[in-house]
Design a protein around this ligand. Structure first.
Ligand code: IMP
Ligand code: MG
Length: 186
């Protein structure tokens, strides 16, 4: 795999800015969930890096769980609205305070599907924390109660977000130069 510097156009959100915002979101969530024991739910795999950083700033006792979905669309995007559950939760969320932790909301189709699915299990409350919001690409209205950053309509990678499953480890969010990036052959 090539070094990301060969196709990165710029760093959009640097490590310090990300960590500061994640800490602030964690503090806000801790205040709002005072006296409660929420379940944080992460949709694999993009939200994982954000979740593990965020939960270390959440001071109320909480649990975490994972679910996975597959989307059929063009490339990595779920914009066709065809989303299917591939991994279910291990936790019974009936009557629980659920906080869905997402890496990025683009068209909103993924989030809309997941919220509808989670609602059928009758949680006591259901809120959304999303690190990145590509607001101008929204196709379906979705609630975002805690939002890290509004970003422009550019394809980004790093801090959990991938390019063909690579580069999730980078501690910053960067914009890819799509003229220079070529997907791996295998
Ligand atoms: P939506 O259903 O269109 O809102 O798409 C959300 C999903 O698409 C995210 O959870 C990501 O997996 C993926 N996605 C959207 N934009 C980007 C991006 O810029 N970089 C990496 N993944 C993205
Ligand atoms: Mg995702």
């Amino acid at each position: 795999m090539r070094d990301y510097k060969e196709f990165m156009s710029e760093i959009l959100i640097d490590e310090g800015t990300l960590q500061k915002r994640v800490a602030d979101l964690g503090a806000e969530i801790s205040r709002d969930y005072q006296g409660k024991n929420p379940v944080l739910i992460c949709i694999l795999r993009g939200g994982m890096v954000f979740l593990v950083d965020l939960m270390r700033h959440i001071t109320v006792p909480h649990q975490m769980d994972f679910m996975a979905i597959a989307s059929y669309g063009l490339g990595a995007r779920a914009s066709a609205g065809n989303v299917r559950l591939t991994l279910d939760l291990q936790t019974d969320i009936h009557g629980r305070d659920v906080l869905l932790v997402e890496d990025i909301v683009d068209s909103g189709n993924t989030l809309a599907y997941v919220l509808e699915f989670l609602q059928t299990r009758q949680p006591r409350s259901l809120k959304v924390c999303a690190l990145l919001d590509k607001e101008e690409r929204r196709e379906i209205a979705v609630p975002i109660h805690y939002r890290g950053f509004v970003i422009p309509d550019k394809y980004v990678f790093g801090y959990g977000l991938d390019l063909d499953e690579y580069y999730r480890n980078l501690p910053f969010v960067a914009i890819v130069d799509l003229e220079k990036y070529q997907p791996p052959l295998s």
